[in-house]
Write a protein that binds this ligand. Structure first.
Ligand code: FES
Length: 158
């Protein structure tokens, strides 16, 4: 993952992604996912070229961007903690775990700590329902998650 430094980078790299997906039917989500893989998030400057290339309105693209929780509108922190909010995990305490982590980091879902170290995100089923509640820490999947496990994985356990 590379963070874009200049608008020229942005235009050229988004143009390449668009040309790679021009034959894909209903490509908006796929293109936004590809942009996020490229930059780590979907920069605001990507919306207009994507809308133009796919013959959509800016609002259409923004709607897709904000609907899917996996898509980010800002660069992620150094560490990303994602807590499953789907039913099996809720039944096994994921809401309580989310509240504990929110208090610990003093942030809500979708937010990043003031020091830029950690982003806390919601995710909707990680395919690990039998081991609920499930989380990912920097992309690694963990089941039967606890606050301690998350902090330990972050190297922050006391
Ligand atoms: S419901 Fe959480 S992993 Fe499936």
């Amino acid at each position: 993952m590379t963070i874009v430094k200049t608008p020229v980078d942005l235009a050229g790299r988004i143009g390449r992604i668009l040309s790679e997906h021009e034959a894909v039917e209903g490509a908006c989500l796929v293109v936004l996912q590809a942009i996020q893989r490229e930059f780590g998030y979907v920069p605001a400057g990507a919306l207009e070229p994507v809308a133009r290339a796919l013959n959509l309105s800016h609002a259409d693209v923004y709607g897709v961007l904000t609907f899917y929780h996996d898509l980010r509108r800002a660069p992620p922190a150094r560490h990303v903690v994602r807590v499953c909010q789907s039913e099996a995990c809720q039944a096994m305490g994921s809401r309580s775990l989310t509240e504990q982590l929110s208090r610990r980091f003093d942030i809500g879902l979708g937010e990043t700590t003031a020091d830029g170290a950690t982003t806390l995100e919601a995710v909707y089923c990680l395919g690990n329902c039998a081991l609920s509640p499930a989380v990912t820490v920097d992309g690694a999947l963990y089941g039967r998650a606890t606050e301690f496990l998350v902090l330990e994985r972050l190297g922050a356990a006391e």
